[in-house]
Design a protein around this ligand. Structure first.
Ligand SMILES: [Zn+2]
Length: 80
């Protein structure tokens, strides 16, 4: 993961990370352009959404849907 300095656009180094909530972290960063900038700053990193849900979630969801179907439909679907 690359973080850039909001002041000069140079590459920044993440010096530490603090989890502030579930799936939200604050990244403490230091600009690598020490001669001309040298800024230190905090950036946020947060989970937003899945592009593909984890395999276990898909299996649980499918099992939950199947369970609520009448038995003959369950058997038909499992044949395919
Ligand atoms: Zn900078």
């Amino acid at each position: 993961m690359r973080v850039t300095c909001p002041n000069c656009g140079s590459k920044a180094v993440i010096t530490s990370r603090e989890n502030v909530a579930d799936n939200v972290s604050e990244l403490y960063c230091s600009c690598s352009n020490t001669k001309e900038c040298g800024a230190t700053f905090v950036a946020s990193l947060a989970f937003k959404h899945y592009l593909n849900p984890p395999r276990g979630d898909v299996a649980r969801l499918a099992a939950g849907v199947l369970k609520n179907l009448p038995k003959p439909m369950q058997i038909d679907l499992l044949k395919e």
